[in-house]
Design a protein around this ligand. Structure first.
Ligand code: NAP
Length: 291
């Protein structure tokens, strides 16, 4: 049996195990997906241990996405983003991080970028005449998710404007992303006036029913995606729908980053319909439990 897993701390409420197990079932694979919660200072040991044990692939989540890059061979996009959420192990395992031979090191990838782009393409732009390629996109947030989304959108052909509470982080990120600009949150109304994409990549909206974007700055030409997926329907998405904009909730990005990880590990198309069905039902069961 192939073993896949998630490294994070905490990982208790993760929706990845049921989503990936649904994929294995749909593809008739003899595989399982488990969660691991290593100590915060034991990331390197965990990755080396997984490698020695013959784990087939790992996802990485908070707080390890940035640190994991030091223990793998990152691909070009993950290196530019500075974070890894998917690790693939070479066939037959490897010596891991301390091995001097790069060929045998686990490889590191960032599927958050591809997940965000696919969510916008398939859920946001599917019924529109225009596309993500050539769009002007406003990304709010310059943390891990903001970095992945900004690089992903630029690769997809969008012009990226980053707005962040800490302006220096926005300008620093914008200086790394081709043709991007960095701004403070006060600039949002101006930035959004001629934009067709808005992504919230901050955690605002998760803990409280707040939106980081003033509702008056939204308009019907926008595709609005929230990376926040708990709750699914955030204040930002409700405001977006009320203005006639297209709203894309964060579970789509979650689904498509998982699909991209599955495809990276197995070389097979991900069964996204089955993964999405289980993601949604697990999400609802989880939310009921938390109530
Ligand atoms: P992070 O690295 O900690 O970054 C947090 C970002 O939020 C920073 O830009 C921070 O601004 C901003 N922020 C936090 N509190 C704020 C406030 N009160 N007012 C204004 N800005 C605030 O976190 P992350 O890993 O990027 O995650 C961000 C969100 O994306 C989380 O909700 C996470 O669950 C979600 N996410 C979703 C997916 C998905 O698949 N749907 C994938 C990854 C992440 P400063 O720089 O000024 O501190």
């Amino acid at each position: 049996m192939d073993v896949y897993g998630l490294l994070g701390n905490p990982v208790g409420h993760s929706l990845s195990p049921p989503m990936h197990e649904a994929a294995y079932e749909a593809r008739g694979m003899d595989a399982t997906y488990v969660t691991f919660e290593p100590d915060r200072d034991a990331l390197g040991d965990a990755i080396r241990g997984a490698s020695s044990l013959g784990i087939a692939g790992l996802n990485v989540t908070i707080p390890f996405k940035e640190g994991a890059i030091d223990h793998v061979e990152p691909d070009d996009l993950a290196a530019r983003i500075g974070a890894v959420n998917t690790i693939a192990f070479p066939e037959g395992g490897s010596a891991g991080a301390d091995d001097r031979d790069a060929v045998t090191r686990p490889t590191g990838h960032n599927t958050d970028a591809a997940g965000a782009v696919r969510a916008l393409r398939e859920r946001g732009f599917a019924d529109r005449d225009d596309s993500l390629d050539g769009a002007t996109a406003v990304v709010v947030g310059a943390g891990g998710a903001g970095r992945a989304i900004a690089f992903g959108l630029a690769e997809a052909g969008a012009t990226v404007r980053v707005a962040n509470r800490t302006v220096e982080r926005a300008t620093a990120l914008a200086s790394e992303v081709p043709d991007a600009s960095g701004h403070g949150l006060d600039d949002l109304p101006t930035l959004l006036a001629d934009a067709t994409v808005l992504v919230n990549a901050t955690s605002v909206g998760m803990e409280s029913d707040e939106s980081i974007v003033p509702s008056e700055a939204l308009h019907e030409d926008l595709v609005v995606m929230d990376a926040v997926y708990r709750p699914r329907e955030t204040r930002l998405l409700r405001d977006a729908a009320a203005t006639g904009a297209t709203a894309v909730d964060g579970t789509w990005m979650l689904l498509y980053q998982g699909a991209a990880a599955f495809e990276r590990w197995t070389g097979r198309d991900a069964p996204v319909a089955a993964m999405g069905r289980v993601l949604r039902s697990s999400f609802e069961a989880n939310t009921d439990q938390e109530r």
